[in-house]
Design a protein around this ligand. Sequence first.
Ligand code: GLC
Length: 492
Amino acid sequence: MGKVIVGAAVIGAAAVCAAAALIVRHRVRNSNPCVKSANILKELEEKCATPASKLRQIADAMTVEMHAGLASEGGSKLKMLITYVDNLPTGDEEGVFYALDLGGTNFRVLRVQLSGKSVIEYKEFAEVSIPPHLMVGTPDALFDYIAAELAKFIADESEKFHLPPGRQRELGFTFSFPVLQLSIDSGTLIRWTKGFSINDMIGKDVVAELTKAMDRQGVDMRVSALVNDTVGTLAGGKYDNKDVAIAVILGTGSNAAYVERAQAIPKWHGPHPKSGEMVINMEWGNFKSSHLPLTEYDNTLDVESLNPGEQIFEKMIAGMYLGELLRRVLYRMAEEAALFGDTVPPKLKTQFILRTPEMSAMHHDTSPDLKVVGEKLKDILGIPDTPLSTRKTVVEICNIIATRGARLAAAGILGILKKTGRESFRDGEIPNTVIAMDGGLYEHYIEYRNCLENTLNELVGENFAKHIKLILSNDGSGIGAALLAASHSQYI
Ligand code: GLC
């Protein structure tokens, strides 16, 4: 008897709570949405905060992981991949060389004519977008498509480019995914990132796959160098400026490469490079640390992604994800604070509908009535006539997400400066350090770029900041791959 009464009381209490929750939710949506949306915004700002002290902890954690990744294969979430590039281009490279740059939604083919005197005499390229179904299809379908485009590009080679008689054309293949390199011209895919998910490729030699496709498409060309885009950017940057020691990509994905002392790579058992150095592809996108300011939006984005649990740093800082984080915050505000009126705009439910270039355009809107924001909300999400207060909220969210991303990227760079000991030099001994930057996010999202540069200066301090320079190495990854194909040519 007593039990029944208790049970009934519990059910009654539950019903009252549920009804109260409904009332509360109803009240929140309809009575004071401004307060609720201000609260969500405030909470976002707090959770995304990146004070310098936190960034230093993140940089230190990055340094620790770099050591662990160099010590043993699988020693860290940071793969710290050996690239077999132990010599960067010198300027003596000569002749016509090709590159194929694959790693995002577009790929590029290019050719350069090198003078042998540090000059690129001619350069031509073509950019082709990859049909989305090929990013999740079969290896043959993707590589056949690419090889067919390469065949067309070669067929267009003009007389400015001189391939000496009897020679085979050579190609640098920039493949911007994690690859376990077996030599300068071979390597197996570790896993896909950035929305690619092609079965039957993991563990396969990517050069062999491309070579088979080139054979099928009648392309007579040898892959002389397989490189990550960060490594290509480092090589391309070094060709122009001898102080380049680090390369960072901030595009669809994000990653960094740098020149490491061979002695500081315990897991390297190959012959000691003559230069005493080796380029390391960090795959920093997969960095993870308890210090990272993760929010509920990051967590759900990750869980619902094609690669849950992987590329956590990348998902906070790179171009593929910033717009999607913005969408997730807007969705919550639409649902809980009626940001766009009584109903949630249906298009706002579509993942990845808000792309980072769109977010950037809204963030940079300087018109008094935030006209661009209004247009984007209308065109992309089908939300007509948003009030100015709503548009301002959208810009604030863009700012919070972009600022966090840019500051975290700066912390990553500080981690590399610390690992290479550059950060500990005293005044007067500080080496000039040039960082070659590439990727659409860095190139086009000016607020992001400025914030990254200011944060780096803030973190390293005034004296060291004078010796650091970030340069945009446009096309660096493709040109760098062509240069590395030249320095690893079969005819040398
Ligand atoms: C992803 C890839 C990495 C690449 C980066 C930038 O993080 O895993 O290899 O360098 O994107 O394109």
